[in-house]
Design a protein around this ligand. Sequence first.
Ligand SMILES: [Zn+2]
Length: 188
Amino acid sequence: MYRDLILPTAAAAPNVPGLAPLRRAMAAVWEALGSVPDPEVPAVSVVELGLIRQVEWREEELIVHLTTTYSGCPAADMIRTLIHEQLAALGVAHVTLVTQLAPAWSTDWIAPEARSKLRAYGIAPPHLTAERIDVAGISPLRHGTLRVPCPLCGSSRTSLLSQFGSTACKAQYRCDACLEPFDYFKPH
Ligand SMILES: [Zn+2]
């Protein structure tokens, strides 16, 4: 019925009874966003990775502020497409994605529960950046002091094979105890 209403201006829309259902509850919106997996790490969602910075309604338009793990991440376009698809499935017609580059995303924003999901998926979660001993110009991965425990057997006897793993944001390690290779999500 409300579809037949002729609104004088878009700004008047929220005050018209019956239009409210077009704006889905924020909890439902977050739930939909929480079902969007990271294409490179499907075990965790973009929400758990801390990629969604803010969500707000402007009239019937949903504004989603998101950040990328690093600029030029090849998964960014896929993430945007998946977000649009999930919100469309929820019935949200107008979605604007705003890419927010500052403050820069940090692996510290990954939710604690996502860290255990990463481990269960076979990826060693990133150390908190405060745990690193930083020396300018030298990758922390080259430090002998940084131990990356094996996500499969838990052993700390592991060796760095390559700064780059299956994706640019991961490094390739091998466990010297169970001999399995694994990815380490590089902290930054
Ligand atoms: Zn192991």
